[in-house]
Design a protein around this ligand. Sequence first.
Ligand code: AMP
Ligand code: GLY
Length: 446
Amino acid sequence: MPRTCPDKLNVLLLGGGGREHAIGWKLRQSPRLGELWVESSANAGLKQIGQVCPESIDAKNLFHTQKWCDRQSIDMIVVGPEAPLVDGLAEKLASDHRVVFGPSMAAARLEGDKSYAKEVMRQGAVATADGKTFTDAEHARSHVTARDEPCVVKAAGLAAGKGVVVCNDATEAVAAIDMIMEDRTFGEAGNSIVIEERLEGQELSVLALVDGHTISVLDPAQDHKQVGEGDTGPNTGGMGAYCPTPLATREVMDLVHSEILVPTIDGLRRDGIVYRGVLYAGLMLTAAGPKVLEFNCRFGDPECQPLMMRFKGDLAHVLWATATGTLIDTSIEFDPRHACCVVVCSEGYPGPYPKGVPITGIEEAIETAGTDEQVEVFHAGTTIDEKGRLVTSGGRVLGVTAMAEDLQRAQELANRAASCIKFEGAFHRRDIGHRVMGPLSNLSGA
Ligand code: AMP
Ligand code: GLY
């Protein structure tokens, strides 16, 4: 693996969502960036900031991908989503003259296999919900029926963020077990399940860059997963996020560092696994302290959007340093202002929704920012149709992200900007950040 960061880096960015648009947007500001190639030919925002790679990049097309990367002198590949990492694409695409940002297959198992993650946590005495793994539906049903208490049923494998059911009692838990193990709603991801105690508290996302040894903890964020204001309705991929969050006091962050991140990385290292990439700890702040709900091996979406907005410095260099084990020489700084991302969604999301609906108002949204403020609109589910119009192509369409002096102003600005975005059936939550700012009555009516 090359170790000295080139003065000009040609980068290939994999993934096609709002997270990747935010990463690409920040990479574009790097003085070291040479060519930026993007994988997705669909996301209209990514297409504006990078050239579209003609190859389909997956483990099946490895030979052509490697050849193409060689021809284009790609110096660094940044992998946005988890699936290619869990499939081992990171080590397959790395070479003597190319680095890949993202953990190896063995390290990404921390996200790809929830029962493995539980085992790593158990060995490292990392606080997490008590849980048990089942490969047999009958045993799982007996377990929940015997207890009849609130619990959480999780498909152990990757299920695109949908494989978790929070249950109030045994009846709901049995229905979740049947959905995952008998109806096989998530396919092989449901071959085994983890059933765990239901924790109460505020959720917190702590993301860290890890280069194998050095752990650089990024500013903490909070995601809002439920579709409705006041945290009501079904879970989604994330309706908005803000950063930093006052929930993560210095004491909490110290605990997360020393009792969660360090023992997890050390535990992997003892098993011969070097973790290089982002380690995302999804936490519940319980009365007994922070406990891990899940680990992810990539940036959160939408947490990445406010994080990138506040990130100061040269992202290309920082990602390179993470991938090459040289993070210790690299300082990471964030803008002291607060960022709030509001996701504008298609009507019906997280259920079925229409596609191909024309979108307007992005320029107007960006222009709502006042002095010392900033608004960016990150594309997630958008594309350009055959008539050349910007149209919807997903449930989460745009991540309207505002940065301002405090969280209240960042939320107001993000809401005002989000209401400039017009497409039929568009909706967004107006209360991103409410868990630290008070109830909906504080809203400015945007
Ligand atoms: P996960 O994909 O494991 O983060 O789970 C998705 C969501 O389910 C989390 O963001 C929480 O809102 C909820 N959840 C997961 N595990 C638990 C748990 N043990 N107790 C309560 N809620 C949970
Ligand atoms: N925001 C939740 C996730 O990225 O998993």
